[in-house]
Design a binder for this molecule. Sequence first.
Ligand code: MN
Length: 229
Amino acid sequence: MSEFAVPPPVQPVVPVSDGRDFPVRRIFCIGRNYADHVAEMGGDLKTTPPTFFTKPSDAVFSGGEVPYPLATKDLHFEGELVVALKSGGQMLPLEKAADAIFGFAAGCDLTRRDLQAIAKQQRGPWDVAKAFDSSAGVGVITTAKQWQVTEQKKLCLFCNGEEKQNAFLSQMIWSVPEIIANLSRLFALKAGDLIFTGTPAGVGAVMAGDTISVEVDGLLPLKFQIAGK
Ligand code: MN
């Protein structure tokens, strides 16, 4: 075996509620998946198929203190349900898509909204707006054996204890199996993949020193604080 030319990167992980670690491979995200958020961003509901973007696996964090990122004056929170995969494949039929799910977590898709606005204006890629360091908050994962999406379950985001987002998971435009099936038409999905399923209305700015809590009924909350600039 040849030796590494530089030290190999550390495997990013997210904790599982049973004490194990979930190794993160890729992070996929869907844009515009709640009608009320599409409306607040001035988008069009009829954009099909869904919009996808990605974040690097080492952008993941699971709580604690998160740095205020470089190059922005308008960091936004987006509370989201995150799906963790235990298997994958390409061209998954809709009825098989849920079989790939390992578990679920509360998450936060941190976004440099000012850079996203420029990217949209220039019809450029979203990487600098979405795929920066510590941009993917993912709380402790609960397995799909213990938790499932149901009509009544809600997602809420609190900033400094004040409720900013509150929606039923049933308000998603694309369901979790539909998201997985659609993604598998574009990428070979694998164990270790995480999928951010979109944010409802109420996104807003988060400042240095603010505390965020993303709470999904029945899942452990994702709690973190933005450090100073
Ligand atoms: Mn998002």
